[in-house]
Design a protein around this ligand. Structure first.
Ligand code: C2E
Ligand code: CA
Ligand code: CA
Length: 776
């Protein structure tokens, strides 16, 4: 497109240049013509000047001839003889002859270019009589009338018309002793003059020259006017000069054809033809212009279609891109729809699909299929305490551990939360399944790491087998889930196969939720109290408030079952409040018997609403009148793992009120000693699991030793949990563990019973170990 516009511009420029070129040519030729005319003018002027001076000189010469003749002694002799009266016969006759001879000789001798200058000499008397004549044949008519007045001795030059012919005559007065005696007349050869004036002319010189006297044209040279020499030439086309010839009556008139008259270059024809010449060039340019424009249209069309093409191809690309993107996003969507974003494992629905197709295959092949339900233990606690990022990391690491161990035919998926499903096709026998589960359990023997902290996460595995435990996906999954649940109930970190009696257990846990709400609403919860003793003196120094729920339908539900449930469904806040109010009330009443402390368990979940919790505690103390320093709040270290400013400030507030803080279940969780330094604990409870194996397990003993030493160093009171026999008591005493609780002394008992124990204990002497109400 731009190229064509450029071409158009070029054509336009060419036309302009052509026009300029024409103008230039015309200008230059015109200028040249003017110069030429000027030089022609100068040249002609020179020529005409030349003619004039030649003629002038010619007359000068002839005048001299006349003077010489007049002064010649022959002339003088004649007139002297005449004056002396000499007769013709005697001497005068010879004088005339000699004079005549002289004149004839002069006429004969005076030539220019071998042409006689003079046609005739005559000596005429004052009366007009002819004295001597070189051409006596023709009578010379000499008009002296006009000469009479002329007294000058100068030569008179005049033209005389004789017989229709102009003669140029020279007349000079002859004087004798100062008196005029005669006139010498010379008739000039006109041809000589003619020759003088046309010496530089030629037939085609296109000029007209005339010598004019007062009498009229003396002669005309004319190559201009053709046959009519008398007509005036066209003065427009001619250059004319008019020069008077000095000392003569003549004026020399000249006409010359000017150069422009005959110049082709400046003639209008030339200009017209030049314009005509320019015309085809102009047409040519115009034609090119049109062609170019047509080209522009064509090329524009081509460019347009190219553009269109390009746009189309771009559109096409975009379309393809779009399709590709859509494909990818569809793939992504379908991947997202079937896969879990965090772990990249197939999700629940895809896992179910996989299971379904594996069941189908197993049905066809008549083979067995193992369905393994894997659940992380305490995952909620990790999320709550370490945060969701840590939880995510645990899930990812768990996935990679599992993925590393599964074979190519086995299928792993994430059912959601911390639950995984592992499908093992072609199971030959149950023993292999056990081995398999053991291997999977062992994958979690290694600690996890988060923020440079190592911690252990165990798993609980529930298994069901096709076809005996279920015919379809739902049954197999539900039964595996049930088996897993039973593992959780039995203390986690283990595996279990589904057995038909599990169904009723699961049924039970499902309906517990509703039952718990009902129990709270109907005040069916009760607090039991377990005494805490000074192990040396057997004195009851405190009580731990432990929640009890005796459901009409399910009977005694252990707190390990309903407390986590209440934490899930939010009922823990009500249960917690009930514990605070009731336990404080009891403790306040029991102060009259003994100055005991009341230990109340606080769930981490309760600390989600710190203000509410604080209000509850303050209100419980206020309402009961229990001195704040008799209240022990038992929290697990999991609460502290995730530093929450609000929790810390609540703990500080409670402590500044005088409330004692106990770290419960120490040794089971993260056992980060730094917390003990960081937070203002008053007491530390060693988890009962340590005492359980302390007799057999040396490392447990060492750990207990270390914890006690450390607690002492930190100035914390140490309470041992789970004292079940005398050995425990002796051992704890031996390592200076001052306080403890356990079935060896008393199980948790209803308030009334506790009160009796307390009274008994208060009345007994300290040294004697109390025989307490032990229900083994
Ligand atoms: P915990 O705080 O560790 O409570 C001590 C548990 O050890 C009680 O179990 C108690 O019966 C048991 N125990 C005490 N001495 C022995 C012993 O010598 N041998 C054995 N085997 N066990 C002993 P319990 O009452 O079943 O409570 C279980 C858990 O439920 C408690 O563990 C506590 O974490 C939670 N819990 C109980 N009541 C409440 C409550 O009111 N609020 C909250 N948040 N948690 C509660
Ligand atoms: Ca406790
Ligand atoms: Ca405990």
């Amino acid at each position: 497109m731009t190229i064509n516009v450029k071409a158009n511009r070029l054509i336009l420029l060419a036309s302009l240049l052509l026009a300029a070129y024409l103008m230039l040519i015309l200008g230059v030729t015109n200028l040249g013509q003017t110069r030429l005319e000027q030089s022609q003018h100068r040249e002609l002027e020179l020529k005409v000047g030349n003619y004039a001076s030649t003629l002038e000189y010619f007359f000068y010469v002839t005048n001299e001839d006349m003077d010489t003749l007049v002064e010649d002694r022959v002339m003088h002799a004649f007139f002297a003889n005449l004056a002396s009266g000499m007769s013709m016969q005697y001497g005068l006759g010879s004088s005339i002859l000699r004079l005549k001879n002289k004149l004839v000789a002069t006429q004969k001798n005076k030539t220019i270019n071998q042409k006689n200058i003079y046609d005739r000499f005559a000596l005429v008397g004052l009366d007009g009589s002819i004295i001597a004549d070189t051409y006596p044949k023709s009578k010379l008519l000499f008009n002296i009338a006009r000469l009479k007045n002329n007294k000058s001795s100068d030569v008179i030059i005049r033209t005389v018309n004789r017989l229709g012919n102009n003669e140029v005559q020279l007349v000079k007065m002859v004087t004798q002793s100062g008196l005029p005696t005669a006139y010498l007349v010379a008739i000039l050869n006109k041809d000589v003059i003619f020759e003088q004036l046309t010496a530089q002319e030629s037939k085609d010189s296109q000029s007209r020259i005339e010598l004019v006297s007062e009498n009229g044209h003396s002669f005309v040279w004319d190559s201009l006017s053709g046959k009519n020499p008398t007509s005036e030439p066209n003065s427009n086309a001619t250059i004319n000069f008019s020069i008077p010839i000095k000392n003569t009556p003549f004026v020399l008139n000249n006409w010359f054809e000017s150069v422009n008259g005959k110049s082709i270059l400046t003639s209008s024809w030339f200009i017209i033809s030049l314009s005509f010449l320019a015309l085809p060039v102009m047409f040519g340019l115009f034609y090119i212009f049109i062609i170019n424009n047509a080209n522009i249209i064509l090329r524009t069309k081509v460019t347009e279609s190219k553009k269109q093409h390009a746009i189309l191809s771009v559109k096409n690309h975009q379309l393809l891109d779009e399709i590709e993107k859509r494909k990818i996003s569809e793939e992504k969507l379908s991947y997202q729809a079937t896969h879990d974003a965090l772990t990249g494992l197939p999700n629940r629905s895809y896992g179910n699909q996989q299971l379904e197709s594996e069941i189908e295959k197993a049905g066809v092949n008549n083979s067995s299929l193992l369905v393994m339900f894997i659940d992380l233990d305490n995952f909620k606690q990790i999320n709550d305490t370490l945060g969701h990022l840590a939880g995510d990391e645990v899930l990812k690491q768990s996935t990679s551990r599992l993925m590393d161990s599964v074979g190519s035919s086995e299928l792993l998926s994430r059912l959601g939360g911390d639950e995984f499903l592992l499908i093992v096709p072609n199971l030959n026998n149950q023993v292999l399944a056990k081995d398999y589960a053991t291997q999977v359990l062992a994958l979690f023997n290694q600690p996890f790491n988060w923020n440079n902290q190592d911690f252990f996460v165990s798993i609980s595995i529930g298994m069901s087998v096709y076809p005996q435990d279920g015919q379809n996906t739902e049954q197999l999954l539900a039964n595996a889930d049930m088996a897993m649940y039973s593992v959780k109930q039995d203390g986690r970190n283990a595996f279990s196969f589904y057995s038909s009696d599990m169904s009723s257990n699961v049924q039970r846990s499902l309906s517990l939720d509703g039952r718990l709400r009902y129990a709270i609403a109907n005040n069916e919860l009760e607090i039991y109290y377990q005494p805490i003793l000074n192990l040396r003196t057997n004195e009851i120094i405190g009580a731990e408030a432990l929640m009890r729920w005796n459901d009409k339908k399910f009977g005694m539900v252990p707190p390990d079952e309903f407390i986590p449930l209440s934490e899930k469904n939010g009922l823990i806040h009500q249960i917690g409040e009930f514990a605070i109010m009731t336990a404080c009330q009891q403790a306040a009443l029991w102060q009259a018997i003994a100055p005991i402390h009341m230990s109340i368990n606080f769930s981490s979940v309760q600390f989600r609403f710190c203000d509410k919790l604080f209000t509850q505690v303050r209100y419980g103390l206020m309402k009961s009148g229990l001195p704040a320093d008799r209240l022990d709040i038992e929290i697990t270290e999991s609460l502290l793992f995730n530093h929450n400013e609000e929790v810390i400030s609540l703990l500080n507030k409670l402590q500044s009120m005088g409330v004692k803080l106990t770290i419960d279940d120490f040794g089971t969780g993260y056992s980060a000693l730094s917390y003990l330094q960081k937070f203002p604990f008053d007491q530390l409870k060693i988890d009962r699991s340590f005492l359980k194996n302390i007799r057999k397990n040396k490392s447990d003993r060492e750990l207990v030793n270390a914890v006690i030493a450390m607690a002492k160093a930190l100035n914390l009171k140490v309470i041992a949990e789970g004292i079940e026999n005398q050995w425990h008591v002796d051992y704890l005493n031996s390592i200076d563990c001052e306080y403890g609780q356990g079935f060896h002394y008393s199980k948790p008992v209803p308030a009334k019973e506790f009160e009796r124990l307390l009274r008994d204990n208060a009345n007994k002497a300290y040294r004697e170990p109390l025989k307490l109400n032990i229900v083994e």
